[in-house]
Design a protein around this ligand. Sequence first.
Ligand code: PMP
Length: 367
Amino acid sequence: MSRARKALQGFEPYDPAFTPCRVNLSANENTHDVPMPFFNALREAMASTPLNRYPDPMADDLRRQIAERHGVEVENVLVGNGGDEILFNLFFTFGGPGHALVTCPPDFSEYANFAKMCEMPVVSAWRDPETFAIDVDALVAAVNDVQAAMVVLTSPNNPTGDLVDPAIVRRLLDETDALVLLDEAYVEFAGVPELLGEDKSLVGWVAENPRLMVLRTLSKAFGLAGLRVGYLVADPAVVDMVGAIRQLYSEDVIAQSVAVQAVGHRELMVPVVADIVDQRERLAERLAERLAALPGARVWPSSANFVLLRVPGAATVRARLRDEHSILVRDFSAAPGLADCLRITVGTAEENDLLVDALTSLVKETA
Ligand code: PMP
């Protein structure tokens, strides 16, 4: 341990606390069956990809397809092995001692982890403990106080589910000098399903705002978490800089060719996204109903494919859901600002029914 770089000591391999279960609603994956024409396009791409050649390092075919999706230039697009790789590479590129990252926790915990690995100081501008609203004055002040290198906002936020008000992004661009990273991993679930997030995304702002960087992924709405494809839409100077330090072949040949087809056939995923959005509203409503009698319980509204709720004894509830009902959800009760909080991924109608029934029976026992 002591031989490792000092900033890395104490880190441990990521453990998502996964247990094989009948229903897994713990990792914000897309649990729906993929529509057959979409699946066939992916399968054909896989079958026709030679494996003996190295991948195209910058994945230009995929960049072109993504650029077409968003109406931006190819030079604005950087592809990575999941959004995670891009986050790490951004912090590695722009962080380091004295180059701070400002976050708005509770948010995606990997921001702070990756930043610390890159020796990038992390400054927290905490959200309201009950509503999770961002205090924009405090946020702008925090960024300016430390002359932060970067500020990250998540829209919709994981795990709180709320969209970022574009006025907050505007103020950060106008009133600070920081790079503004907007993580839109879940944005496809936030607007009209037919538009797959384009009505809520700020990708369109990048051309006019060279300090804005927007992160997207195929892991959520596209149902491709296992493929590992994420991308950044940003100023060409950012794309070139991060493109220069990334692992040469981090996006493998299968991932590239399947992702080209996935983005090209994205309209086929609209019914799936529409169903997840419907299911989310139904799930949140029913959870709120069932928990109404329980003092301290709360369900937050969500624009993503998950719902955050507070339930007394959350850690026990999570363990009993797993052990007695074979349903896996994510327990955040040990995370700062998320006491007694569980995050439930929106599954299929059948999965959500099983979850609601199981939770109702556990809650009845404790009431
Ligand atoms: N951003 C947020 C907010 C996330 O929740 C996740 C995945 N959990 C990611 C980025 C990264 O996703 P991926 O690496 O699968 O693209």
